[in-house]
Design a binder for this molecule. Structure first.
Ligand code: GLV
Length: 304
C-alpha cells in the first residue's frame, strides 16, 4: 500500500470496502473468491501477480470488467536470473557437488561448454522471452516453444533459426514433439490454463532424452508430481528444480522436500517487486483516467 501511495499520490486507496461501494479500479493479489462482488463502477481489475490463473478461478469475478495481469520488469529480470542459476547449476553439476559435499566426496565431473547444452523453454510470453534470450546470450542452445500457432509454421521456423546465439522458436503439438527429444534441460514458464494443465506429465517427460532435467517455474498444476517422481526414480530424468507446487506451501511431509534429485524453492523464482509493480499499476490507472488503452489485458477465454 505504501508503494502504491508513493507511485499514485493522487489516487484514493481503500483496503476496507463493502458491496455497493463505488471504485474505478481494484488492485488484487489473489483475494478470496467473491471479494469484489457488489462493487460498483469498476473499470479495471489489476492483478499484482503475473499469473492470473487463481484470480480467474473466482467465478464471481465481474465478467465485464477488464482484467490486467502484472508485467513487472524487475520481476521479469528476477525470473531470468533464477532460470540462469538453475541452468548453470544443472549444466555445471553444482547440485551434484552440493550433494557430494554432504558426503565428503571429492569427485570431478566432466566439464561441458554452454553451447553443448540444449535448453527448451516452454512459454514464449514476456518471461519466456526474457529467459530464452538471457540463456542464449550466455551461450546455451535455446529452443523456445509456444503452444499457439499452426504446427506447419512451427516447422518452418525451426529450420530458419539455428544460427549461434539465436533462439529457435517452435510451436504447436508438432513443435513440442520435435523439441523434446533434443532438450537436456526443460524450463516451464507457461501460463496455467485448461490447455496446459498437466502438460509436464508422463507423455512429455518420457520424450525427453535420458538424463534430462526439468525446471518448473510456471505453476504446480502443470506438473504431474507422481509422473515426475517416477521418471526421476527410474533414472530417466536426472534432476528437477521446482518452485511451484500443487499445494503451497509444500506440506512438510511431502516427499519432494527430501528427494535427492529435487531442488525445492518456496515460490520465489520471481516475486512481484513492490516499487516497479506500483509504477506499472500507476501507469494503468493513469491510462484508465485518460481513456487510453489499458496495458497487459488478459484474454479471459485464453486464460492469460
Ligand atoms: C507468481 O507466481 C506470479 O504469478 O506473480
Amino acid at each position: 500500500l505504501d508503494a502504491l501511495h508513493a507511485a499514485c499520490p493522487h489516487v484514493t486507496w481503500s483496503t476496507e470496502f463493502s458491496p455497493g461501494q463505488t471504485f474505478d479500479a481494484a488492485v488484487v493479489a489473489n483475494p478470496p473468491p467473491g471479494t469484489l462482488t457488489g462493487l460498483k463502477g469498476l473499470r479495471l481489475i489489476q492483478s499484482l501477480w503475473a499469473g492470473v490463473d487463481r484470480v480467474l478461478q473466482d467465478e464471481t469475478l465481474p465478467a465485464d470488467v477488464p482484467l490486467a495481469r502484472m508485467v513487472d520488469p524487475a520481476m521479469t529480470a528476477a525470473m531470468a536470473e533464477t532460470a540462469l542459476w538453475a541452468v548453470l547449476s544443472l549444466h555445471r553439476g553444482f547440485f551434484d557437488y552440493t550433494a557430494q559435499q554432504r558426503q565428503t566426496q571429492w569427485h570431478q565431473h566432466p566439464q561441458r561448454r554452454a553451447e553443448e547444452v540444449s535448453v527448451l523453454v516452454l512459454g514464449h510470453g514476456v518471461m519466456g522471452q526474457a529467459v530464452s534470450s538471457r540463456l542464449a546470450a550466455q551461450g546455451y542452445s535455446v529452443t523456445a516453444w509456444r503452444r499457439g500457432e499452426p504446427p506447419g509454421l512451427a516447422l518452418q521456423e525451426a529450420h530458419a533459426a539455428s544460427s549461434p546465439g539465436a533462439v529457435c522458436t517452435l510451436s504447436g503439438g508438432a513443435g513440442l514433439t520435435a523439441a523434446l527429444p533434443r532438450a537436456q534441460i526443460l524450463i516451464n514458464l507457461l501460463p496455467l490454463t485448461m490447455q496446459t494443465l498437466g502438460i509436464l506429465g508422463a507423455a512429455t517427460l518420457s520424450r525427453l532424452p535420458r538424463g534430462a532435467s526439468v525446471v518448473n517455474f510456471g505453476r504446480g498444476g502443470h506438473l504431474v508430481e507422481a509422473d515426475l517422481a517416477q521418471a526421476l526414480d527410474a533414472g530417466h530424468l536426472k534432476h528437477a528444480v521446482l518452485d511451484v507446487f500443487a499445494q503451497e506451501p509444500l506440506p512438510a511431509d511431502h516427499p519432494f522436500w527430501r528427494h535427492p534429485k529435487i531442488t525445492v524453492l518456496p515460490h520465489v523464482a520471481a516475486l512481484t517487486d513492490l516499487v516497479s509493480a506500483a509504477a506499472v499499476v500507476a501507469d494503468n490507472l493513469d491510462r484508465l483516467a485518460r481513456g487510453l488503452p489499458l496495458r497487459h489485458l488478459v484474454d479471459r477465454h485464453q486464460g492469460y
